[in-house]
Design a protein around this ligand. Structure first.
Ligand code: DGL
Length: 269
């Protein structure tokens, strides 16, 4: 065990949605250097096959290995669902995924019924359901729904308008009076948290996996003695597999400008 580990934390997503996780990790661990990888050339992951998403994720693992990251964080729910086990088995550093973080957070509140929303891939995999059932002894009533249109609505910046509200009703009315907790199983959904809460009802506790995984990274770096020794002036580097200029433009919805350089990294090279 070493103390004062100055290696960066690696965070990856299919694109810019994982910046919701980056923002939370940055807040929770302000002294840590972070390398963010957005696989914009392969975006979206939500409707790709498990094989493709796993293959992309393994290539990103190799890139992070080159960059000597000390801990890898899978910010993308779809990649967490499909690739986390392979990533964990094939890495010699801790690999954390948003799905486990979301499940753990949900169970803390001992809900009787729980809703899950995510991409087609995440919902079709039934991964959240399996993990919730295993951990709760199948005591929970579960209801899930894929909400694919939420992703382009967020990317368009339509966080609160009539169209987004109508789409939210179309997807989420099935949850009305049926759940006491809802897991946001997609990187983009925290930006719609107000509309989602309004539609499912204010009594429903909404779990934002980005916040949960940031707390887990903090615990993990402390427990494993992986925390950086320095204080302040952490560095942030961004890599994307498609155009850095486009990423800069499109990421403004997720954060106020990337406070670090954005470089292109072709995953095939
Ligand atoms: N990052 C993805 C997720 O959390 C959403 C966007 C995509 O489909 O790539 O599942």
């Amino acid at each position: 065990m070493k103390s004062g580990d100055s290696r960066p934390i690696g965070i990856f997503d299919s694109g810019m949605g994982g910046l919701t996780v980056f923002n939370e990790v940055k807040k929770s661990l302000p002294n840590e250097d972070i390398i963010y990888f957005g696989d914009t050339a392969h975006l979206p992951y939500g409707n790709k096959s498990p094989e493709s998403v796993t293959e992309f994720s393994l290539r990103i693992r190799d890139f992070f290995k080159e960059k000597k990251v000390k801990l890898m964080l899978v910010a993308c729910n779809t990649a967490s669902v499909y690739a986390i086990e392979k990533l964990q088995k094939s890495s010699d550093i801790p690999v954390l995924g948003v799905v486990d973080a979301g499940v753990r957070a949900a169970l803390k509140y001992e809900p009787e019924s729980c809703g899950i929303i995510g991409t087609y891939g995440t919902i079709k995999s039934g991964s959240y359901e399996k993990k919730l059932n295993n951990a709760s002894g199948s005591k929970l009533r579960l209801l899930s729904k894929a909400c694919p249109l939420f992703v382009p609505l967020v990317e368009e910046g339509w966080l609160d308008n009539d169209i987004t509200r109508a789409v939210a009703h179309r997807y989420l009315d099935i949850f009305k009076d049926k759940i006491d907790l809802l897991i946001l199983g997609c990187t983009h959904y925290p930006l719609l948290i107000d509309i989602i809460s309004e539609v499912v009802g204010k009594k429903v506790r909404v779990i934002n996996s980005a916040v949960e995984i940031a707390a887990q990274v903090r615990r993990e770096t402390e427990n494993l003695n992986l925390g950086a020794a320095k204080k302040g002036s952490a560095s942030y580097k961004f890599y994307v597999s498609d155009s850095p200029e486009l990423f800069k433009e499109q990421s403004t919805i997720f954060m106020n400008g990337t406070d670090g350089k954005i470089k292109k990294k072709d995953l095939n090279s």
